[in-house]
Design a protein around this ligand. Structure first.
Ligand SMILES: NC(=O)CCC(=O)C(=O)O
Length: 284
């Protein structure tokens, strides 16, 4: 009889919940559909959803009407499901209306108790063929919290292009970064390149979940993925809706960093402005 192979103690079952936000579906219909989808896929430790999936990222004309507080219908669903599945739910992000009335693109991580463990307001709001930067107020703070993924940071979509933000998360001890996204198919290769680059640069897990399908004529890229701390892609979704499960060994971050200690060679930030220019002269 074969000896059963048990998963390592720090092995975590992650579910990439890649969903579409078709224009024909209302926000409330979508929340109900995604709730049923999550409940039909029990057993993972952590579930991750895309950016603004309930409102639909490209439904700019509906942001104001669909904006919600952290007590709103999307987060309420996430809290119910987290408790029902006894799992962590990274809810992707919502259009959040803050108490002063401003709107934000806010990522929300919910613990199995149903309590909100982390929020992150997207710092780099997107303005290329997008009204997000006109409609939403950028966030100003980062956070790293403890979750089954280890010390966990959250960034959202376009933030992938800004290594300084990732550097800050890495400096704060992040071992895994979750990236909900609504990244168009037109730039799918950038998505692939940047998710791997950020993992390699900071030797951490990247759990990146994109939207799929078509929204307001824009085709989303799917290809949600998990990249390990040495840049290997462990799992990647296709172009359509799917729940993809992948077991990851969160202890690998420490192993990779110990074996190839790049992060220890990083110079203090103050060292860089003083470096001489190519001509050997200091800039004014
Ligand atoms: N939702 C986004 O932030 C889209 C970002 C994107 O498409 C890109 O950086 O390219």
């Amino acid at each position: 009889m074969a000896t059963p192979v048990s998963a390592p103690a720090d092995s975590v079952d992650v579910a990439l919940v890649q969903v579409a936000s078709p224009d024909s579906e209302s926000r409330d219909e979508r929340i109900a559909r995604v709730e049923a989808l999550l409940l039909a896929n029990p057993g993972a430790d952590v579930y991750v959803l895309p950016e603004l999936w309930s409102a639909g990222y490209f439904s700019f004309d509906a942001y104001d009407a669909l904006a919600e507080s952290l007590d709103g219908p999307t987060v309420a669903m996430g809290r119910r499901v987290a408790a029902a599945l006894d799992a962590w739910i990274h809810l992707g992000s919502i259009v959040e209306r803050d108490p002063s009335g401003r709107l934000h693109n806010t990522a929300v991580l919910i613990a199995p108790s149903g309590l909100v463990a982390q929020t992150y307001r997207k710092i780099h709001v997107f303005g290329y063929q997008s009204l997000e930067s006109e409609l939403l107020t950028p966030g100003e703070t980062l956070s790293v919290v403890s979750s089954p993924l280890g010390a966990t940071g959250s960034t959202t979509c376009y933030d992938l292009r800004f290594p300084g933000l990732w550097q800050e998360l890495s400096d704060r001890g992040a071992e895994a970064v979750v990236v909900p996204a609504a990244w168009p198919a037109a730039r799918r290769e950038h998505w692939r390149l940047l998710t791997q680059a950020r993992a390699v640069e900071h030797q951490l897990w990247v759990v990146a979940v994109n939207a799929c399908g078509v929204q307001r004529g824009v085709e989303l890229g799917g290809s949600s993925r998990i990249v390990d701390p040495s840049g290997r892609v462990l799992a990647e979704c296709g172009a359509d809706e799917e729940v993809l499960r992948c077991r990851i060994d969160v202890g690998l971050t420490a192993v990779v960093r110990a074996e190839f200690p790049v992060l220890g060679d990083r110079l203090d930030r103050s060292a860089y402005p003083g470096l001489s220019t190519a001509s050997g002269e200091e800039t004014a």
